[in-house]
Write a protein that binds this ligand. Structure first.
Ligand code: FPP
Length: 257
């Protein structure tokens, strides 16, 4: 009985179509599974990251075509420095490779690049590639492609607390003025204006945790976890995740939508 029901459910899910009038404005993705994708093919882990970079290109265009306003991608966390030196140095080269080959396409699709994270700690050539991409796409007013690079949600909150404490200490604001919007305004997503909080968070490769990603901003986001490894993620799996999102009833703690 259970399996028949399950089969019926999966068939109906397969036949569901995306509602183009209800596309999540901000999608955040934890791109996981590059290493396992490579391992399954007896390839070095960096081959998974290289393929993962190609996926970033495809998914960026797919999201932009669907009318997504902000796509936030977790490319390197504050914890990723613990990986072997060779892997870290490869991951640091990826933004350079990506932007060197892809900025013209980003401009063609009117996509603007933003970055959140502690960029100053990245190698100089990576910093340059990032800053160049931000400058070269600054006139684009379509989707925002927001990379999290050397980013940690707790780090971000600690920095916001320090900023606010400094403002209180200098008399610029009073303790009573501290509220949710002031905290939000002191986070790295402040530049995303009304789209600072993701509507949908996707994590690939079967892991079901948020790993220090956008801790404050994900408070009311819908989470979709897929077993697909990031290099195999594509426009179709993105659409499937959006369809799942569209089947959810977001109540934001209230009783109605
Ligand atoms: C997690 O997979 C992935 C990362 C830590 C790196 C993500 C980076 C990319 C997808 C490429 C980024 C591209 C640009 C343009 C910056 P994992 O290595 O933890 O996989 P595993 O859990 O299977 O080992």
């Amino acid at each position: 009985m259970f399996s028949r029901q399950k089969k019926a459910q999966s068939i109906s899910e397969e036949t569901k179509v995306i509602d183009r009038n209800n596309i999540p404005a901000h999608i955040a993705i934890i791109m996981d599974g590059n290493g396992r994708w490579a391992q399954k093919r007896h390839l070095p882990r960096i081959a998974g990251h290289r393929e993962g970079m190609q996926t970033v290109k495809k998914v960026t265009i797919a999201a932009s075509d669907l009318g997504v306003k902000v796509l936030s991608l977790y490319a390197f966390s504050t914890e990723n420095w613990k990986r072997p030196k060779d892997e870290v140095s490869y991951l640091m080269q990826l933004p350079i490779r990506f932007f060197n080959t892809f900025v013209p396409d980003l401009i063609k699709h009117n996509v603007r690049v933003t970055v959140m994270g502690n960029i100053d700690k990245l190698p100089k050539d990576t910093q340059k590639a990032v800053h160049d991409a931000i400058d070269q796409t600054q006139e684009c007013n379509g989707m925002v492609l927001n990379f999290a690079l050397n980013y940690g949600g707790r780090d971000e909150i600690v920095d916001a607390v320090k900023n606010i404490a400094t403002q209180v200490k200098s008399g610029e604001i009073s303790v009573e003025q501290i509220d949710e919007s002031l905290v939000s305004a002191n986070l790295m997503t402040n530049m995303l204006d009304e789209y600072e909080d993701p509507d949908l968070m996707i994590r690939t490769s079967g892991e079901e945790r948020i790993s220090n990603f956008m801790l404050w901003q994900l408070a009311y986001s819908e989470f979709v976890f897929t077993d697909v490894h990031w290099p195999d993620f594509d426009a179709k799996t993105l659409e499937d995740a959006i369809i799942e999102f569209q089947g959810r009833h977001r109540r934001f703690g209230g009783l109605t939508k």
